[in-house]
Structure formats: structure tokens, C-alpha cells
Design a protein around this ligand. Structure first.
Ligand SMILES: [Zn+2]
Length: 153
């Protein structure tokens, strides 16, 4: 299957990843984008910090346009400040990718958390760890996380 995102980035003269982004993170993003048919290149900003924890932000200004109909726009972006704890970084990266997969209007809705926890499970994050990381974020994160742990989803 052709990698449309890479092809689109090439046509538009966009670098998909900054040089300081770890290879494992680039590989993970490529895998998620293939699996979820996320064909629009989004701009990454990657910083490294001395903290343990990673923080991230995501911009997804899709206006309800289907993913295949999306055009490249600087408003599709992920910004990561990487801490030294690689597992936490992976979780944050997947969280931000869930924001790219879901329509922007979902924000941190129930549907968003189902997507995020599905990504954690699919790409090898321990679900108990994911729950512990996300449970204090919003009530909905705790509710859906507990349902994933209980095997409901
Ligand atoms: Zn979020």
C-alpha cells in the first residue's frame, strides 16, 4: 500500500519529522498513520527536556472534513517536549495521535478516550500504566480507562 502521507509531504516540500525526533517515535507515527489511514502530513515540533515526563499538544483544525479530503495546513500539528521516560513519551505521542485521528470537535470526549486507550492497547502500552497516567486528567479518562481494564471495550 502506497504511503500517501510521505508522498504528499514530498510534493508539498514538507519534512515529516525533525532531526531530533527519535527513530522509534518516527516508526510509531508511521505505523499509526498507516493503520488509521491518516494520510495528511502534520507538522512535528520536537524538544528534549531533562524531566521524566513528556508533554504534548496537538492541533487538528479539520472542520469536519473527512481525513481523505483534508488538505495540508499548518494547523495540523503535534508538539512534543520529550522527557527521559520512554514509556511515558510513547503514551503522550499516542495521545496526541488520537487527537489527529479524531475530529477536533471531540476534544477529550468519551469517543476520544476510547480511541486513545485503543491506541495504547494496540501499540503495546500496559493498560494499567495507561490508566494510572490518564486517570487524573479528566473524569472521562478514568471512566473509559476503567472500562478498558474491565474488558468492556
Ligand atoms: Zn489531549
Amino acid at each position: 500500500m502506497p504511503d500517501l502521507r510521505t508522498a504528499a509531504a514530498k510534493l508539498l516540500g514538507i519534512e515529516l519529522y525533525p532531526d531530533n525526533m527519535p527513530q522509534w517515535a518516527q516508526d510509531l507515527v508511521n505505523q499509526v498513520c498507516r493503520d488509521y489511514e491518516l494520510n495528511v502530513p502534520f507538522k512535528f515540533t520536537w524538544r528534549k527536556t531533562n524531566r521524566q515526563e513528556t508533554s504534548g499538544r496537538s492541533w487538528n483544525d479539520d472542520d469536519g472534513v473527512s481525513k481523505s479530503g483534508r488538505k495540508y495546513n499548518a494547523k495540523y500539528a503535534i508538539q512534543i517536549s520529550q522527557g527521559w521516560d520512554e514509556m511515558h513519551c510513547k503514551l503522550v505521542l499516542l495521545h496526541e495521535l488520537a487527537h489527529q485521528i479524531m475530529p477536533a470537535r471531540e476534544s477529550h470526549s468519551e469517543a476520544f478516550w476510547k480511541c486513545a486507550y485503543s491506541l495504547y492497547r494496540r501499540y503495546g502500552i500496559d493498560m494499567r500504566y495507561a490508566y494510572e497516567c490518564e486517570k487524573n486528567y479528566k473524569d472521562m479518562a478514568r471512566t473509559i480507562g476503567a472500562e478498558f481494564l474491565a474488558g468492556i471495550w
